[in-house]
Structure formats: C-alpha cells, structure tokens
Design a protein around this ligand. Structure first.
Ligand code: UDP
Ligand code: MG
Length: 332
C-alpha cells in the first residue's frame, strides 16, 4: 500500500490540506483494513491533498493497534484517541475540532457509506456548496423496525423542532471550512449532530445514494440508545413537549369543569343521585398520570440544563498523533 503515500500530504504543509476525512471508530477491527484501502483508493483518484483523521472512540478490541499501524504506514493518517467511549456525536465533534482541511467529510468506518462517493461530494463543494449531504435512497441490511422508527423520527422531529432536518440524511456529509468553524463555535454540550447540521444552514446540495449493509461486525446502536438519542434530539431542538404538557393540563382542566357542571345540573335539576366511585377513580388516575407525564417532560429539560451548566468538555483526548512529520511533537 506504500504507493498511496505520496499523494497524501506534500511538503509537510498544513495549509495545503484541502480535505480532511473524519472517521469515528468504535471496535471496528474486523473491517477497518478494507475500509482504509477503499478510502485511500477513492481519495487517490481525486488528486486532492488530504488527511484521514480517525477518532478512536474508546475501542476495546484490536482497533487501536490497527490504527497505529495505519498511521505508521501512511503519513496522511492522523489518529486521535479519546480517553473512553464518549459516543459517536462526541467523536464527530472531536473530529471537526481537530480537522485541518478546507473541507471535511464525515464517514462511518463500516462501509455503509461508500467512500467512492467522496469524489462527487468534492465536485459539489468545488462548485460552491458549503454542505453536501447524502440522502439514503435505500438502506440495505436494516430491520423493518429500524427503518420504520427512523422514518417516524424524522417526521416527529420536523413537526416539533424549529429547524428542518431533511429526511433520510445521515451523518455522511461534506462540510466546508466556514461551516466547520460555525459548528465548532457552538458551545452546547448536547451534540445532536444531525440537528446541529440543520441549524447552521448554509448552501446545501443533496446527493442520493444507496446505503449498503454493514461490511463486518455489529451496529453500535441498540434500541435503548436509539431511544435516548431521539429524546435528546427532540428536547435539544424543541420546547414543543413543554407546550404539550401545558395544553394537556389546560384541556383536562376544562374537561373536568364541564364534567363538574354536568353533575351539578343533574343533581339540582333532575335530582338524580351521583354514582361516585368509578368517576372518582378514573379521574384521579387520569390526572395523576398527566401530572407525572408533565413532571417527566420538565425533568428532561431540567436534566439538560443540569448537564449544560456543568460545562464539562465534550470529550477528553488520550493521544493525538497528527499526519506529517509534525507527529514527532505530539508525544514526549
Ligand atoms: N461509533 C463511534 N462511537 C460509538 C458508536 C459508533 O465512534 O459510540 C462509530 C462506528 O465505529 C461507526 C460509526 O460510528 O464507524 C457508525 O456506527 P454504527 O455503524 O454502529 O451505526 P449505524 O450505522 O448502525 O447507525
Ligand atoms: Mg453503520
């Protein structure tokens, strides 16, 4: 593979870096070599100066050693190792902060996003796009439940949130330097990146592609995590659930006033005795449930305020070895 190296990074000049490819990786040892080979071939065909920045998000398998060896063999590879698993959103944030390129592509390491499309993305960027997002025309190898929940999530998010998140567009995208700078300026700890990408705006071009099945290994997103991710996305970009709590409260109060008036009139005018127990228990349970739900919604937002107010860093770097000969400075 050594014949790939020359095209990477000429003359040790960081300003010459046109493109950084950010790859968040968590335990991808099985497929990483193939991914790297395909990425290198795709990039070499482009003839742009580039850096491949792997963010090791606390891998516990052989990924770390593989990344070290890639870095030793290819001067255009940078490797940043986070101190533990911070999650893909934090890994992408780290990648955007460390990237040197004039454009940044974010890509998964499992070959679900074909690296061969980077050429089309770079072309669109050269023609003036600031964001090139990739819309999945089809998704191979995903369960019907995952497809249906993703479909529902994009619709619910767009109905509730203040920004529009295009459906079926994942994290695979190209961002120009000014978009990366804009994102890096956002101070929030809750990094729901799809929402952040939508929030910053700028000239966007969308390219359609067929998403493949995972080449090796397992998805790192169990349904429990996906649910948390969805709640984080919605509460991070919308206060609609709080309004929902308010309006549900108002609606149930109005309903109970009407109900009380109904019984009052019935007793006074018709003189019919009121059968209390069923109505009582139903209304207590209903109101109790609504109140708990409203407190739960409040809790989600208070939790968010709590996490934001601690102002902890989004991730911690354990090691960072940069591309080019600068790498000798990065470690004692
Ligand atoms: N990933 C990561 N940190 C995590 C989970 C995933 O860096 O906590 C990486 C993973 O190695 C892969 C990408 O993010 O390169 C997408 O992950 P995955 O394929 O598991 O997600 P899916 O495609 O199922 O949405
Ligand atoms: Mg995947």
């Amino acid at each position: 593979m050594s014949n790939f190296t020359e095209a990477c990074w000429p003359k040790n000049d960081q300003a010459a870096c046109s493109l950084t490819v950010v790859v968040p990786v968590l335990n991808e040892e099985a497929g990483l070599a193939e991914f790297h080979l395909r990425l290198m071939m795709a990039l070499q065909a482009l003839q742009v100066t580039h850096e491949i920045l792997y963010i090791d998000d606390g891998s516990t398998d052989g990924t770390e050693d593989q990344l070290k060896s890639l870095r030793n063999h290819h001067p255009c590879v940078s490797v940043a190792k986070l101190s533990r698993n911070f999650g893909k959103e934090a890994a992408m944030t780290a990648g955007l902060q460390l990237a040197k390129g004039q454009a940044v592509v974010i890509i998964d390491a499992d070959l679900q996003d074909p690296p061969e499309l980077i050429g089309q993305m770079v072309d669109a960027w050269r023609q003036g796009a600031d964001v090139v997002s990739m819309r999945r025309r089809s998704r191979a190898g995903e369960s019907w439940f995952k497809e249906a929940s993703a479909f529902a999530f994009y619709r619910v998010f767009n109905a509730l949130a203040d920004v529009h998140m295009p459906a079926d567009v994942g994290d695979y995208r190209l961002l120009s330097r000014r978009v990366v700078n804009a994102i890096n300026q956002l101070p929030e700890r809750n990094r729901f990146m799809k929402g952040i990408f939508a929030w910053v705006g700028f000239r966007t071009v969308t390219i359609e592609y067929d998403r493949h099945a995972r080449a090796e290994g397992q998805s790192k997103w169990p349904y429990r995590k996906l649910w948390r991710f969805a709640v984080e996305g919605i509460t991070g970009f919308s206060v609609a659930p709080l309004k929902l709590a308010t309006y549900t409260g108002v609606a149930s109060a109005l309903l109970s006033f009407g109900y009380a008036a109904h019984f009052l009139i019935k007793t006074l005018l018709v003189g019919e005795a009121v059968h209390g127990f069923p109505t009582l228990i139903v209304s207590i349970l209903l109101l109790g449930g609504l109140q708990l739900m409203a407190i739960g919604i409040l809790g989600e937002y208070i939790g968010r305020i709590f996490l934001e107010s601690k102002r902890r860093p989004l991730f911690l770097l354990d090691e960072y070895e940069q591309a080019t000969s600068l790498s000798s400075e990065s470690k004692p």
